[in-house]
Design a protein around this ligand. Structure first.
Ligand code: UD1
Ligand code: UDP
Length: 385
């Protein structure tokens, strides 16, 4: 029996870890699964835990309002150290590129415990974009013993860094597992407002979905993006702009003063995952700086304008469903306007594509772990889009 410690703590790493936790739990005779939430996020984490029915074995409850990266780090390191020392796991699993991801792998390393990195090998090769995630994932990659790369591109990047081929598994991204089990044919939203908006969408009133939160976009770039959205909303009263606003006060202090008070801009609290993915399905297109949404939207056939200078997720750009538009206010306005006015451009971007997964990434990940511990003879077959 092997003990696997799964560490997560923010909205995205928990959504993407959830399918792996559930899959691991199917192998009761092989694995003892311990779940640790750093709770780097609180409300946004709890929303995910509820949807995926996960009760963490340990909750480190580290979130503070307006926390700095150093505060997250010191609080997480100290509290995780005790847990890892006590649990003596055979493997620590971390996901993605958050502070929780890197710090989880660091504590495991200090205790000489093997580390499995889910969603390994994403790179922009620009140390400040995204910040601090590019460095978090590179450092995690240096520590990890098992690398679960979502795509062939990610695998190639790891090989180019000298990672041993035997330790890399191309699995697809577990976010697609989460997505396919959550999208519903006739979803009823928790909120009457959203039920109303989707009814309007069904009658032809288009919906544009927006999220912005990245640290490198704080301040002027985020303000520029909001101004572009305000102009679009003013000029397109026949379109609803729906914006679930991240809980970070730095984000709210820009978004609320700039975008409040317009009849066709709906500023909402962060949505639970079920509501959010089903709202994506209803939208005409999405404007975002999120990582996960870039992976989910192509599977739903939704065009995405990405508010970043560079992306570590080139597959959907190549497939044509995602366009990197940067943070220039005029460009964001122009590109969004084009999608609103040229039905054909929008349609050509709205091809359904699955470059990131087929819904079986958690299965491949767990089979690779079984192989690592000798519970299975052969390596699992690789994900091929
Ligand atoms: C973190 C991750 C980022 C990821 C993002 C997903 C790091 C360094 N950053 O960024 O990679 O893309 O999560 O959303 O790991 N807050 C709340 N309630 C919540 C969540 C956040 O109030 O449920 C507020 C708090 O004031 C907190 C602040 O948001 O201090 C920032 O949270 P933090 O985890 O530091 O950074 P994010 O910008 O959320
Ligand atoms: N998401 C959600 N509710 C929201 C906004 C996003 O559940 O109100 C989901 C989204 O579907 C995706 C993930 O959160 O799976 C992305 O998280 P975020 O954009 O915060 O982080 P990133 O992916 O950029 O690290």
């Amino acid at each position: 029996m092997k003990t696997i410690l799964c560490i997560f703590g923010t909205r995205p790493d928990t959504i993407k870890m959830a399918p792996v936790i559930h899959e691991l739990r199917r192998f009761k005779r092989e694995f003892r699964v311990i779940t640790v939430a750093t709770a780097q996020h609180r409300h946004m984490l709890d929303q995910v835990l509820e949807v995926f029915r996960i009760k963490p074995t340990y909750d480190l409850n580290i979130m503070q309002t307006g926390q700095t990266l150093s505060q997250i780090s010191s609080r997480t390191l100290e509290r995780l150290d005790t847990i890892v020392a006590g649990a003596k796991p055979d493997l620590v699993l971390v996901q993605g590129d958050t502070s929780t991801t890197f710090l989880g792998s660091l504590v495991a390393f200090y205790h000489k415990v093997s580390v499995g990195h889910i969603e390994a090998g994403l790179r922009t090769l620009d140390k400040l974009n995204p910040f601090p995630e590019e460095i978090n994932r590179r450092l995690t990659g240096h520590i990890a013993d098992l690398h679960f790369a979502a795509t062939k591109t990610a695998k190639k990047l790891l090989l180019a860094e000298g990672v041993d081929r035997q330790t890399i598994f191309t699995t697809g991204n577990t976010v697609i597992d989460a997505l396919v089990t959550t999208v519903e044919r006739n979803h009823r939203f928790d909120s009457q407002v959203l039920n109303g908006i989707t009814r309007e969408a069904a009658r032809g009133k288009r919906l544009v979905l927006i999220t912005i939160h990245r640290r490198e976009n704080w301040g002027k770039p985020m303000l520029g993006a909001c101004k572009a959205i305000k102009r679009l909303a003013n000029e397109n009263s026949d379109v609803n702009f729906v914006f679930p606003v991240h809980r970070n006060p730095v984000v709210r202090n820009v978004v609320y003063p700039t975008l409040s008070g317009l009849a066709n801009i709906l500023l909402l609290e962060p949505l639970n995952y079920k509501d959010f993915v089903n709202l994506m399905k209803t939208s005409s297109f999405i404007v975002t700086d999120s990582g996960g949404i870039q992976e989910e939207a192509p599977s739903l056939g939704k065009p995405v304008l990405v508010l970043r200078k560079v992306t570590e997720r080139p597959e959907a750009v190549r497939a044509g469903t995602v366009k990197l538009v940067g943070l220039d206010e005029k460009r964001i306005y122009r590109e969004s306007k084009r999608l609103l006015s040229e039905g054909r451009t929008s349609r050509s971007m709205a091809k359904r594509a699955n470059p990131y997964g087929d819904g079986k990434a958690a299965w491949r990940t767990v089979q690779a772990i079984r192989w690592f511990f000798g519970y299975r003879r052969s390596r699992p077959a690789e994900f091929k889009p």
